[in-house]
Design a binder for this molecule. Structure first.
Ligand code: CTP
Ligand code: CA
Length: 225
C-alpha cells in the first residue's frame, strides 16, 4: 500500500482505548490529578480508526478534539473510567489502557468547599485505593482471545519494572516509557519498549506518538489473527 494509506487490518474489529488522566475530587472545586495529556491515547484511537476498527475512546479530562469517526465516552474519576471501560470492553476485540488512572482517591468528598480556619492547621488528606482496571479486565476477560494492552511510565530500572508489571497486571502487552522531567507527559513524541507476555520485546525509537500507536496495533493485529 502507498504511504499514508493504512491497511484496513482492523476492519470489523471493535477496539477500546482509554486516554487522559483521572481526577479524584476533594470538594466541588478541587481534585487530585496527574499530567497526562491524552495525546498517546488519541493517537491510538485515530490510527485504529484509520485501520478500519470501530473505536470507543474513553476520555478522562482531555482537552483535545474528538477524532473523526470515533465514539468518545467521557469519564472523570477512576471509578467512572472503570464503569465505562467494563461496558465498552464487553464486546471488544482489544482494550488499550493508555489512561493515567489515579491509584488513590480521597477517602471523603466534602460536598461544600473546604474552608481554611484561622489558627488551625489543615486536615490531612486521607486516601483510599482505586480499583485496578487493567488487572481486573485482564484477569476476567470479557471475550476469549481479547487482547489487552497496558502502559507504564517508569524511572530507573525501566525494563525490570516493566516486566514485573506485565506479569502482575496479566495483560498481553505492556508499553513501557521511560519518564523524566521533560519526557512523555504532554510531549508530542515518545520512545518506548513494548513487552509481550510471550517474552517478546519490541523497541520503539523516539518518534511521534502515531508511530508508537501503529506499532501497538501491529502487535495487537498479529494476536487477533
Ligand atoms: N491502571 C489501571 N487502573 C489503575 C492503575 C493503573 O487500569 N488503578 C493501568 C494504567 O492505565 C496503565 C497500567 O495500569 O495501563 C499501568 O499503570 P501504572 O500506574 O504504571 O501501574 P501501577 O500498578 O499503578 O503501578 P505504580 O505503583 O508503578 O503506579
Ligand atoms: Ca499507578
Amino acid at each position: 500500500l502507498a504511504r499514508g494509506a493504512a491497511e484496513p487490518d482492523l476492519a470489523g474489529r471493535h477496539v477500546v482505548v482509554s486516554a487522559g488522566g483521572t481526577r479524584e475530587p476533594l470538594d466541588p472545586v478541587r481534585f487530585l490529578g496527574n499530567r497526562s495529556s491524552g495525546k498517546q491515547g488519541y493517537a491510538l484511537a485515530r490510527t485504529a480508526a484509520a485501520r478500519g476498527a470501530r473505536v470507543t475512546l474513553i476520555a478522562a479530562n482531555t482537552a483535545l478534539p474528538d477524532p473523526a469517526g470515533v465514539d468518545v465516552v467521557p469519564a472523570g474519576t477512576a471509578v467512572q473510567l472503570r464503569e465505562a471501560v467494563l461496558k465498552a470492553a464487553a464486546d471488544a476485540d482489544a482494550v488499550v489502557m493508555a489512561a493515567a488512572v489515579a491509584d488513590f482517591r480521597p477517602a471523603a468528598y466534602a460536598t461544600g468547599k473546604i474552608k481554611k480556619k484561622d489558627d488551625q492547621e489543615p486536615e490531612p488528606i486521607v486516601l483510599v485505593r482505586n480499583p485496578d482496571i487493567l488487572a481486573e479486565i485482564s484477569a476476567d476477560r470479557a471475550r476469549p482471545g481479547q487482547v489487552i494492552v497496558g502502559f507504564a511510565a517508569e524511572t530507573d530500572d525501566v525494563l525490570a519494572h516493566g516486566r514485573a508489571k506485565l506479569v502482575r497486571k496479566g495483560c498481553d502487552l505492556l508499553v513501557v516509557n521511560e519518564v523524566g522531567e521533560h519526557r512523555t507527559f504532554g510531549a508530542e513524541e515518545n520512545e518506548a519498549v513494548v513487552l509481550a507476555a510471550d517474552g517478546g520485546e519490541t523497541p520503539v525509537p523516539h518518534g511521534p506518538k502515531e508511530a508508537l500507536a501503529e506499532i501497538v496495533w501491529d502487535l495487537v493485529a498479529a494476536r487477533l489473527h
